[in-house]
Design a protein around this ligand. Structure first.
Ligand code: G6P
Length: 610
């Protein structure tokens, strides 16, 4: 993964680059580095192990002057997190690069380069790239030609920023398989892995396409496509404000984002409803036409987005009457498929850059789906650009690595999709009106659940010293239990697993004793009686039950049973409402344990490598 940033300006760039890195830290944070061309024409490089804040301290102690530079925050793939593996990588003190992606043929190139006399200082796949560029420069190539030539030798994915100490007037960027944007300033230009990194310095962006190479100077940006043809790419103005990525008065981004959910959901519904009807154009101008013949749906996603897809399967079959299959992208992309007739292929992704989801989409496009749809939170992302239809969730930037508001807005999008497709099947206008009414009630219901924050914080104390937790749900609450377990494990490092409650007796009951907390999501629905029997099985074996239930659920507190009451809602929107307390529970357990809530160990928000 990793985040990269670069700048060519008439003012010192170190502070701009470091702020850019801070904003890209969600992409990885095991080490960071910066290189600028100092006024004497030398490359000055600083690299540190750990987070960007360490690099900032280091640069504060040893300031870097220079108006051309590149910087990087890393999530290790090849080579352990260590200072010598941190980027930028340098060849012969002459050129420096930052790289996001994976060079798949790095071993072969490394062998050749060692034989040719290059000395390696890291275990990264990236270092072969800087040596390949150096070789071209040493042969007299210009920087842009050197990068172009070197790129022909690379297999895999990369977004690159490159500088040459003998050419202070140019910054070169290249994109193949990893995201990269150019920020357009006045008499200055920038590159970064996403727009948020550059919002403090510009709101005008050029989005590079696959295979593009760009040459930036103070005054110009020139771009060539994969065939070497000079191309013009449009400049787009972003409406996101730099403040949208600030934490405000909240202790963590995750908490801020949990509390933003009523607004994020209202924003996601805004402009998508006309009276009691959904506007099909919310999915793209041709959606009505393309959706009319859909007879089957496949949804592919990763992580939390995958859990949203699992909920949608229940909705799609129960509400719309359309067969729906769901799969994690990393599995989907590597198996053969039988594609149903008139099938819609849906990808769900907060970032729109997840490598496995993108690869799955590309495979689906080649295998006969009628139409592809992306449900995504980032308008300029690769997934959005490569899909026929798009529904943008309007959650706003999500910074916490553990996804919260992106998930609930994805559920809203999927509910809208279910109704829109259902209209061509069995839903009447009156059904649609009732479902739209339900959707409109969601933000207020979530506000009611958020008011339970302090009691959930108190409950969290009972989980702090636990090693394991089991989450149970039935029906569409099973994916919600999975999401609850994922939240707890990723930020509190407590091992957590989710089971459909009916499966308890087929194995997990063996785990139950007084040390095992069991969290159940139990709205008052058709499966409640079944679920209660499952809970009895836990209670009879001494397990500690924590049940999230609405006020209608006849369930008594007592020895080993804690009940947390939620507002009553309709079964269909319960999955959205019941997600909130599980997010809060995970958050408070993590805070009590003192973990790094927004940037949990070993993880990254946007996984742009396999
Ligand atoms: C990473 C993040 C998760 C996210 C998943 C999928 O694992 O840590 O929070 O759910 O990627 O990301 P996407 O951007 O495709 O939704």
């Amino acid at each position: 993964m990793c985040g990269i940033v670069g700048a060519i300006a008439q003012r010192p760039v170190a502070a701009i680059l470091l702020e850019g890195l801070r904003r890209l830290e969600y992409r990885g944070y095991d080490s960071a580095g910066i290189a600028v061309l100092d006024p004497s024409g030398q490359l000055s490089r600083v690299r540190t192990l750990g987070k960007v804040s360490r690099l900032v301290e280091e640069v504060a102690a040893n300031p870097l002057a220079g108006t051309l530079g590149i910087a990087h925050t890393r999530w290790a793939t090849h080579g352990e997190p260590a200072t010598h593996n941190a980027h930028p990588h340098v060849s012969h003190d002459r050129c420096a690069i930052v790289h996001n992606g994976i060079v798949e043929n790095h071993e072969e190139l490394r062998r050749e380069q060692i034989a040719a006399g290059h000395r390696f200082t890291s275990e990264t796949d990236t270092e072969v790239v800087v040596h390949a560029i150096y070789d071209e420069l040493a042969r007299g190539a210009s920087l842009i030609d050197a990068v172009r030539q070197a790129a022909t030798r690379l297999r895999g994915a990369y977004a690159l920023g490159v500088i040459d100490s003998e050419d202070p007037g140019h910054l070169v960027a290249a994109r193949q398989g990893s995201p990269l944007v150019i920020g357009v300033g006045f008499g200055e230009h920038f590159i970064a892995s996403d727009v948020f990194a550059l919002l403090p310095v510009t709101n005008r962006f050029i989005f590079l396409e696959e295979g593009d190479i760009a040459e930036l100077t103070l005054e110009s940006v020139r771009i060539w496509d994969r065939d070497g043809q000079a191309v013009e790419r449009p400049i787009k103005t972003s409406s996101v404000s730099a403040d949208a990525t600030e934490r405000g008065e909240y202790r963590h981004y995750m908490l801020k984002e949990i509390f933003e959910q009523p607004r994020a959901i209202a924003d996601t519904l805004d402009g998508r409803l006309a009276g009691n009807r959904i506007l099909p154009e919310s999915f793209g101008n041709q959606a009505s036409e393309l959706f009319a013949s859909i007879e089957a749906v496949t949804i592919v996603a990763c992580g939390t987005s995958f859990h949203a897809a699992l909920v949608a399967r229940y909705w799609m079959e129960a509400i719309a009457g359309i067969p729906c299959q769901v799969e994690v992208a990393s599995e989907y992309r590597y198996r053969s498929h039988v594609v149903a007739k008139n099938a819609l292929f849906v990808t769900i992704s907060q970032s729109g850059e997840t490598a496995d989801s993108l690869a799955a989409l590309r495979q689906a496009k080649a295998s006969g789906y009628q139409t592809t749809l992306a449900i995504c939170n980032v308008p300029e992302s690769s997934l959005v650009r490569e899909s026929d239809l798009v529904f943008l969730t309007h959650a706003g930037p999500e910074i916490g690595v553990a996804s919260t508001k992106a998930f609930t807005t994805q559920l809203i999008a999927l509910f809208l999709l279910t109704i829109t497709l259902g209209r061509f099947k069995r839903l009447e206008a009156s059904d649609e009106a009732r479902l739209v009414e339900l959707l409109r009630s969601v933000p207020a219901k979530i506000e009611e659940v958020l008011a339970l924050d302090s009691s959930i914080a108190a409950l969290a104390e009972q989980f702090v010293d636990k090693q394991h937790t089991l989450f149970l749900g039935r029906g569409e609450q099973y994916p919600i239990a999975m999401e609850g377990a994922l939240k707890l494990k990723e930020i509190s490092y407590i091992h957590a697993e989710a089971y459909p409650a009916g499966e308890l007796k087929h194995g997990p009951l063996a785990l139950i004793d007084e040390q095992m907390p069991v969290v159940a999501v139990a709205p008052n629905n058709a499966l409640l009686e079944k679920l209660k029997s499952n809970l009895e099985e836990v209670r009879a074996r001494g397990g500690q039950l924590y049940v999230f239930a609405d006020f209608q659920v006849p369930l008594d507190e007592g020895e080993g049973v804690t009940v947390i009451r939620l507002p009553e809602t309709d079964d269909l929107i319960d999955p959205i409402v019941f997600t909130i307390p599980l997010q809060l529970l995970a958050y408070h357990v993590a805070v009590l344990k003192g973990t790094d809530v927004d940037q949990p160990r070993n993880l990254a928000k946007s996984v742009t490598v396999e």
